[in-house]
Design a protein around this ligand. Structure first.
Ligand SMILES: Cc1cc2nc3c(=O)[nH]c(=O)nc-3n(C[C@H](O)[C@H](O)[C@H](O)COP(=O)(O)OP(=O)(O)OC[C@H]3O[C@@H](n4cnc5c(N)ncnc54)[C@H](O)[C@@H]3O)c2cc1C
Length: 331
């Protein structure tokens, strides 16, 4: 809350500056949205602005203008890997969901915009007889979100098939080779402030029926082991590298399935999922996650690392809005 009073002027200036940018670039900007509407956990507080570019050039231009004006922003795909806290998030959320565009096929390659749905992409390429991402078919979210954290499941990771990534640099769309990116376990070398606009995947030709069968197999395994139809963000914690059992099993063996704080519950189906029920808030969800971490630390000596991203309303970037510069005239 520290900036609510002292910095009101700063935010007024920021608002004017942003309004000028979006008017000049013709980009949609809205107020009054909440993370509870925009994330799969359905919790989280108010957002100052949601800006939604519709194509890659527009997205590159808008982040460049915001950077030049010192306006703090964060990229949001489908919000399926984010726990945003209940506070007022006084920055701009750059929503990529409208950046859907069309797929472009060239032999074994497919070029895809960041806002394209990952499950949709998996279906589309399988119909073309292109294999390599069928294990990812059940991962909700956008391609941009998947690239950002190297989404993976059932033996497939998006990074292994990514030939190039398009990123926003100095207002332009720049293509970088996938080999320049470090693709680690649910983590990449992309840095905060970097906007991913799309990518080109290089896949392997195979019989569409065989690909479909593998996709169905991954889907049934997912349905059998994970809660579906519930509000979650997927696995809450990463599997610790040195542990012999997975995090879900460890939490299950501690008898924590079904444990709750308010309306946030450790899923009775998969103990590494926290699901939220009607009326849940982020504070309860985080408190439950912290209780899990404390018990795992106490009983196993393991420090669990979050797989879900925690977005704090009051974290720094003084605090995501530097001193707002006047918007520069376009050159
Ligand atoms: C039921 C369920 C099951 C899941 N199963 C899996 C699984 O098996 N494997 C797995 O890996 N994940 C899984 N997840 C987690 C999640 O779906 C993936 O991490 C997904 O790739 C996130 O995509 P998103 O568009 O929702 O990203 P968001 O949650 O919106 O964002 C995640 C991060 O990516 C950044 N980001 C998003 N788009 C961009 C962009 N264009 N440019 C720069 N940064 C960007 C955001 O700033 C944020 O830091 C699951 C989630 C759910 C709800």
């Amino acid at each position: 809350m520290k900036f609510m009073n002292a910095d009101e002027n700063k935010f007024r200036e920021r608002d004017q500056s942003l309004e000028a940018i979006v008017a000049r670039l013709g980009v949609r900007a809205e107020r009054g949205r909440r993370f509870a509407e925009l994330t799969s956990l359905r919790v989280g507080g108010a957002i100052d602005w949601v800006v939604s570019p519709e194509n890659e050039a527009e997205a590159a231009a808008v982040v460049h203008a915001m950077d030049q004006a010192g306006i703090g922003w964060r990229a949001l795909g489908s919000g399926s890997n984010i726990l945003a806290d209940d506070g007022d998030h006084r920055y701009v959320v750059l929503s990529l969901k409208e950046l859907k565009g069309e797929l472009e096929f060239d032999g074994e390659r497919v070029s895809v915009p960041a806002g394209y749905s990952l499950p949709r992409l998996c279906i589309d390429v399988s119909r073309r007889g292109l294999s390599g991402i069928e294990g990812l078919g059940g991962i909700p979210g956008t391609v941009g979100g998947a690239l950002w954290m190297n989404a993976g499941a059932y033996g497939h990771e998006i990074g292994t098939v990514t030939e190039t990534v398009r990123v926003a640099r100095e207002g332009k769309v720049v293509e970088i080779p996938g080999t320049e990116v470090q693709w680690n376990y649910r983590h990449t070398s992309f840095k905060e402030g970097e906007l991913l606009l799309g990518g080109t995947l290089r896949l392997t030709p195979d019989d569409p029926e065989k690909i479909r069968a593998r996709m169905e197999d991954a889907k049934s395994r997912r349905m059998a082991t994970q809660p579906h139809g519930s509000r979650s963000a997927g696995c809450f914690f990463k599997n610790p590298p040195a542990a012999t059992v997975g995090t879900g099993k460890m939490i299950d063996e501690m008898g924590m399935k079904g444990a709750r704080k308010g309306s946030a519950v450790i899923s009775p189906v998969h103990a590494n999922f926290i699901v939220t029920e009607e009326g849940a808030n982020a504070a309860d969800t985080l408190a439950l996650a912290e209780e899990v971490r404390e018990r795992v630390k106490r009983e196993h000596g393991i420090e669990l690392e979050y797989e879900v991203e925690l977005w704090r309303a009051n974290e720094s970037k003084e605090d995501r809005t530097a001193d707002v510069a006047e918007e520069k005239e376009p050159t």
